[in-house]
Design a protein around this ligand. Sequence first.
Ligand code: R5P
Length: 271
Amino acid sequence: MSWGLQNRLSKIIKPDTGRTVMLAVDHGYFLGPTNSLENPRKTIEPILNDADSLMLTRGVLRTSVDNNTSTPIVLRVSGGTSIVGPSLENEVITTSMEEAVRLNASAIALSVFIGSKHERQTLDSLSELVNQGERYGMPVLAVTAVGKELEKRDARYLALCCRIAAELGAHFVKTYYCDEFEKVVEGCPVPVVIAGGPKLDNELDALKLAYNAVQRGAVGVDMGRNIWQSKYSEAMIKAVRAIVHENASPEQAHELFIALRDDPKKVTLKG
Ligand code: R5P
C-alpha cells in the first residue's frame, strides 16, 4: 500500500483503536429525499463532528457540508439507478477519480451486486477503480449491497461477496451483519464495516447490532438510518462511538444514550 493510500485510510480507520464510526448519508442517490434526510445539511451538521468519516455523493457534499470540515470524506462514486427504475443493481461509475481528488476525498465507495445480472459490470467497475486508486493513492470501499433481486443476506453469501471484493483489490468492505458474522470477517483479508440497515424499533437494538458486529471482527460501522432517523441522533452517534471505540456493552452505551438524550451536555461514558 502506498504511503498516500495508507495515510488516507488512517484518517478513516483510527490508528489508536483500529476502528471507525463512519456516517452514511448517501441514501438519496437512489432513494431521493428519504425520511430524515430531506434536508441533508440539517441532518448532517449536528452529528458531523462525532463521525470518523462522512459517506456521501458529490452533490450533497458540495451543497450541504461546509468546506472547512475536518471530518474525512468517503465519496460515493457509483449510482445512476433508482428505487423506481427497472433495475437498482444496474449501477455505473458516476464520479471520476479526478473529482474525488479535487474534493479531497479520503476514500471512494461503490456498490457491487454479486449474484445479480449486473455482477460482471459492477465488479468491472470495482477493478477499474482499484487500478485508479492504486495510481492516485485513493482507498476504495466496496459496498456489498444486496439489491431488490437478492434477499439472501446469510453468512455464506456475504462472505462470498466480501471475499470477491477483497480479491479484486478493495481496500475495505462494507456489508451487512448476519448470523455467524465471524465467518464473513475470517474469509475477508481486508477490514470489514457494517451497514446499519433500516431503522430498528429502538436504539438499544441498533447498539446491540453495532456491538455484535465489532465483537465478531468488524472494524466498525458505516451507519446511516439508525443514527439520523433517531429522534436523538446526537446522543445516538455518541453511544455508537462508545461501543466501537471504548468497547462499551450495549447496555452501557444505551445508558449513555439516555443520559445524553436527557442532558446533551454530558460528554463521556463515565461522565
Ligand atoms: C447503501 O448502499 C447505502 O449506500 C448506505 O450507505 C448504507 O445502506 C448504510 O446506511 P444504513 O445504515 O442506513 O443502512
